[in-house]
Write a protein of this length. Structure first.
Length: 504
């Protein structure tokens, strides 16, 4: 299997920067062992004007058969005929074997990490990618349908004839693929990683549940809105219905979130604290007042941190973490040894990673934090085993019929010992001078509850799942309308804890 990646440049911005982005030096020919053979990386040309990196995957047919325990895996996981072990074109055309080699050899490039040239990793490059032989179940039209919407200016697909000596035999199911355009290298590599096995419509290994996470990571920024999203998901996951459904639902949530920009903007801070009347105040006095003003968002975070410290939590889930402000605050306190931010929006997680500077963290600090993509209305085994979970300004962004699903996923399945929930108090809205009567604080809020409504919901949740609950005002507690933010702190009841320990 063979693939080349080429780019052009100038003396000021040399094309050989490609070596930094791929983390492979242009002056070296390197070999890497894989489970099915050896992957070679070399540079046929490397100058300031043009640089080409080639990935050659040399398949070991014996290892391929032995890895399959003597049974080749055909389309859909069915065993091939015994002869296929000896006469098989699959090892010699780009497929999931090459995709796995890409992820192994260019692991850092697939994450978009390049400490030496971070600005080059973040910007589009003039790229030309050539794959001499790609199996295309669906023909040239499908190849164009898959790569065309992804920003490539040229998608050149040429069928490979069965035998040039006998043209009457027609074309094979293979095509020669050339892609040209200006894209970030990380985006190009992720597209290839997903779409090569999709074109082949088969994988050389068993598709396990973790393939959903691999697909979502590699499809970040392009798959959720792709017109052929369903076909890509179905083929990538080898038509495993349960996995395809899970991936489809999560991608749809990502698409909706990105369409509305939810998670990237500062959710629930569309209305800020009432500003002091400074019209007749001097500049010095204005400055002094501004310095003393603490935003509602800051007060909310401090109230959450206090609740978590009082609970003695060492590991915390920030569910619906958005841009990562709370995650950042949690990491500043060494009492929180593990902090995980969860959000449905991949874009929000990208912003959070930049805020936290995850690429420049020390190894010890990096072990304390994780950012994962997920929907809060589905049960997720990754969320089990944490001391505490926070739902800060999250529930009001869900349609009311979906609240029971979130309740079950968090309180019924994940079951952290402490759950902190904050939400706006609609009664306080009359105090916002800039908020028209009858309007909610943020355009995406599906509802905003009174104090009585919030307490009724929280009391019912606590009773159903064996938690005790207490209520904490956040912000100025107005004697008539209450605080701007209401907070509930759920803790597993002592009797329930004993039952769980006995069951364990």
């Amino acid at each position: 299997m063979f693939l080349t990646i080429s780019t052009t440049g100038t003396h000021e911005r040399p094309a050989t920067d490609l070596g930094f982005l791929l983390h492979k030096h242009p002056d070296k020919a390197q070999a890497f062992s894989t489970s099915h053979g050896t992957a070679h990386v070399l540079y046929p040309e490397a100058s300031a004007e043009r640089c080409t990196a080639a990935l050659l995957l040399e398949i070991d047919p014996v290892a391929l058969v032995r890895r399959g325990k003597g049974k080749g895996k055909g389309r859909g996981g069915a065993p091939d005929a015994a002869l296929a072990q000896y006469v098989n074109d699959r090892p010699y055309a780009a497929s999931s074997l090459l995709a796995v080699a890409l992820s192994t050899v260019f692991k850092s490039a697939l994450r978009g990490v390049c400490a030496a040239r971070p600005e080059r990793a973040a910007e589009p490059l003039p790229l030309r990618i050539e794959v001499p032989a790609v199996p295309a179940r669906g023909g040239a039209e499908l190849v164009r349908a898959l790569f065309g919407p992804l920003g490539w200016t040229t998608v050149d697909v040429r069928p490979v004839v069965l035998d040039e000596t006998f043209p009457a035999w027609g074309d094979s199911r293979y095509v020669q693929l050339v892609l040209e355009g200006e894209l970030r290298l990380v985006d190009a590599l992720r597209q290839l990683y997903v779409l090569l096995p999709v074109l082949d419509d088969a994988k050389h290994y068993w598709v396990a549940p973790d393939e959903v996470e691999k697909l979502l990571r590699a499809g970040e920024g392009w798959l959720a809105g792709h017109p052929e999203r369903q076909l890509i998901t179905n083929r990538y996951l080898n038509r495993r219905w349960s996995l395809t459904r899970e991936a489809t639902e999560r991608l749809e949530l990502v698409r909706l979130a990105e369409a509305d920009d939810i998670g990237v903007e500062a959710i629930d801070n569309a209305v800020d604290d009432p500003a002091p009347d400074d019209e007749d105040t001097g500049t010095a006095e204005k400055t002094e007042k501004t310095e003393k003003t603490v935003s509602l968002a800051d007060q909310r975070r401090e109230a959450i941190l206090t609740a978590l410290r009082d609970a003695g939590a060492g590991s915390v889930l920030d569910l619906g973490c958005g841009q990562g402000q709370l995650v950042q605050a949690l990491l500043k306190d060494v009492r929180f040894g593990k902090v995980v931010g969860v959000d449905v929006s991949v874009r929000a997680l990208t912003v959070a990673a930049r805020r936290l500077k995850t690429e420049r963290m020390s190894e010890r600090q990096a072990e304390r934090v994780a950012l994962i993509q997920g929907s809060l209305t589905y049960t997720d085994k990754r969320l089990k085993g944490y001391d505490a979970a926070v739902l800060s300004e999250v529930i009001e962004h869900l349609d009311l019929p979906r609240l029971p699903a979130l309740e079950y996923a968090v309180f019924g399945t994940a079951r952290p010992a402490t759950v902190v929930v904050t939400t706006p108090n609609v009664e306080y809205n009359v105090r916002w001078e800039t908020l028209p009567a009858g309007h909610v604080r943020h355009r995406d809020h599906r509802f905003e509850w009174t104090r009585a409504e919030f307490r009724a919901w929280a009391d019912a949740v606590a009773a159903r799942h064996g938690y005790a609950v207490r209520y904490v005002p956040v912000g100025p507690d107005d004697p008539e309308v209450g605080p701007p933010t209401q907070m509930a702190v759920f803790t597993i009841a002592a009797t329930d804890t004993k039952k769980e320990e006995k069951a364990a």
